[in-house]
Design a protein around this ligand. Structure first.
Ligand SMILES: CC(C)(COP(=O)(O)OP(=O)(O)OC[C@H]1O[C@@H](n2cnc3c(N)ncnc32)[C@H](O)[C@@H]1OP(=O)(O)O)[C@@H](O)C(=O)NCCC(=O)NCCS
Length: 161
């Protein structure tokens, strides 16, 4: 799929991004369980509804199709979760959520956004790199996986202000 078609599929639909609410959690948990081998439990999501967290949700019409969770620590933000429903992937949803997350962080005077991503997660690595993130380190054996443990790539994006 070419890039213009990808974005047409997001922009032509009734796509929107808004704050994630606690009432959205049943849909979030459904997507989370389909997105990860080791999904966050509900208690972890509930613990993210704090002043220094930002939680964003993406909708196609009435359907919640993706979400992002970010923790702010002073002037740094940590992207903790970004996930899109399997049926809605490849349409630009994650890129739009990421751009929204970054724009909001920049607006709130955050100077750097960091994240960890599995080395094997080619789609997420490609997305983050194409949005300007660079690798700043590795966390060895960070993630559980089928064969034991897997390294995390630590990535950062710094704003100009
Ligand atoms: C990673 C994830 C969020 C991407 O969501 P998505 O909405 O499908 O992503 P987008 O459609 O915005 O695509 C963004 C980029 O990812 C890459 N990408 C998307 N689908 C891809 C595929 N099937 N193969 C290779 N690259 C792909 C492309 O670089 C794409 O950009 P492009 O369309 O301009 O070429 C989604 O696959 C997901 O939820 N995975 C499970 C959870 C996860 O791994 N989250 C990341 C944790 S760090």
């Amino acid at each position: 799929m070419s890039k213009p078609d990808t974005y047409r599929s997001v922009l032509d639909s009734d796509f929107c991004i808004r704050e994630l609410l606690q009432d959205d959690l049943p849909d979030v948990l459904d997507i989370e369980r389909q997105g990860y081998s080791h999904p966050w439990p509900e208690t972890v999501f509930r613990d993210c509804f704090r002043d220094n967290y930002r939680l964003w949700s993406a909708f196609h019409g009435d359907a919640l199709v993706g979400y992002a969770v970010v923790a702010y620590m002073f002037d740094e933000a940590h992207l903790l979760n970004l996930c899109v429903h399997p049926h809605s992937r490849g349409q630009g949803t994650a890129r739009m959520l990421l751009r929204h997350t970054l724009a909001e962080a920049s607006r709130e005077q955050i100077w750097q956004v960091i994240l960890e991503v599995r080395i094997s997660n080619a789609v997420a690595n490609g997305l983050y790199t194409s949005e300007g993130f660079i690798e700043i380190g590795r966390r060895p054996q960070y993630y559980p996986c089928a064969n034991g443990k897997e390294d995390a790539r630590v990535m950062a994006l710094r704003f100009g202000h």
